[in-house]
Design a protein around this ligand. Structure first.
Ligand code: 13P
Ligand code: SF4
Length: 329
């Protein structure tokens, strides 16, 4: 459920794969930085992990592993490298630190946040626990370490229903994405107490947009992320995490597809599936897009932007992530 990138040797080989989505003039700027990063990461025993929403020059050019949120957490714990650079957002780098507390973890831009993560704090969770005593807390991995420290078990979009059902209870507090909570509620008998968080990328898609695309492209397969509003998911052929979407395209090879999610996904998946045609209405994640090659090189050269968490937070928050990885996909 993650992609071990081929680490193509020359920038020409990398470019031949992604030339559809990057103009040649832009590639001339990227190529020397990619060469430097790929040389230096080996010398410095550093692994580069990238979320599926990273741009193609990062995803296909410098990442050792690219994955969805669940696989990034699992891979961060397994790596034998001394240092991890997380090409993604702040909660992903924090999660990597929780999974590998003895390694140095870097985030190329510390302001790469997430609208879901910033919608809730640790003290909000403490208040909810007072309001609903004894009800377990399931938090999406898109939360801060402080929220994870107040959480019984984390989940991602790849395993949310499985995690909720693993608790064998009648009711759970499910935080913070109201649309993912709605998706889970539709797929389980467990009563879901939700929060009002949303993803700025996925909340913008509308059912009308999906229906227009369908009528203009007969036979197209529409694949949506579970962070989308419920009527968008209902109008789609399949809903799944970013890796679930990648597997759907890889295994089913639809003639034409639309991925209802962040923009870079289609560019990255298209490069690996040349026979599939992509319709690309998408919304940019302003946080994911803060990461670029220059900032990754700066992390490597100068060890800037290290994630530091106190040991008390690590101890409390780590348990909820480990419990999630034990439940799996
Ligand atoms: P997944 O990769 O787990 O599907 O998450 C999507 C997302 O929005 C991450 O920020
Ligand atoms: Fe957060 Fe949405 Fe961006 Fe993912 S895509 S990092 S959930 S704002």
């Amino acid at each position: 459920m993650y992609i071990q990138q081929q680490n193509l040797k020359t920038s020409d080989e990398i470019y031949s794969k992604i030339s559809k989505s990057i103009p040649e003039a832009e590639w001339k700027i990227h190529a020397p930085i990619i060469d430097k990063i790929n040389k230096l990461k080996k010398e410095k025993n550093t692994i580069i992990l990238a979320h599926n929403y990273q741009t193609p020059e990062i995803y296909h050019g410098v990442a050792d592993i690219s994955a969805d949120s669940l696989a990034l957490a699992i891979e961060a714990a397994k790596t034998s490298a001394n240092k991890i650079i997380m090409c993604g957002v702040h909660f992903m780098a924090e999660t990597a630190k929780l999974m590998s507390p003895n390694k140095k973890v870097f985030l190329p831009d510390m302001s790469a946040g997430c609208s879901l993560s910033s919608s809730i704090t640790g003290s909000d969770v403490r208040l909810l626990k007072q309001k609903y005593p004894g009800v377990p807390v399931v938090s999406y991995v898109n939360t801060s370490a402080d929220v994870k420290a107040e959480t019984d078990v984390c989940c991602t979009s790849a395993n949310a229903v499985k995690v909720v059902e693993s608790l064998n209870v009648e009711k759970v507090i499910f935080l913070p994405d109201k649309y993912l909570a709605d998706y889970v509620a539709k797929n389980t008998k467990v009563k879901i107490i939700s929060w009002e968080g949303t993803c700025v990328v996925h909340e913008q898609f509308t059912r009308k947009e999906i229906e227009e695309i369908k009528s203009q492209n007969p036979g197209i397969k529409i694949i949506a992320h579970p962070e989308c509003p419920p009527d968008v998911i209902a109008a789609s052929d399949f809903a799944g995490s970013t890796s679930g979407m990648i597997d759907y395209v890889k295994n089913k090879q639809p003639k034409k597809v639309m991925l209802v999610t962040e923009c870079s996904m289609s560019d990255n998946v298209e490069a690996d599936n040349p026979d599939v045609s992509f319709i690309k209405p998408c919304n940019l994640c302003p946080y994911m897009k803060k990461i670029n090659l220059k900032k990754i090189l700066d992390c490597l050269e100068n060890e800037t932007n290290e994630i530091i968490l106190d040991s008390k937070t690590i101890e409390a928050a780590r348990k909820s992530v480990i419990r999630m990885t034990e439940i799996g996909r």
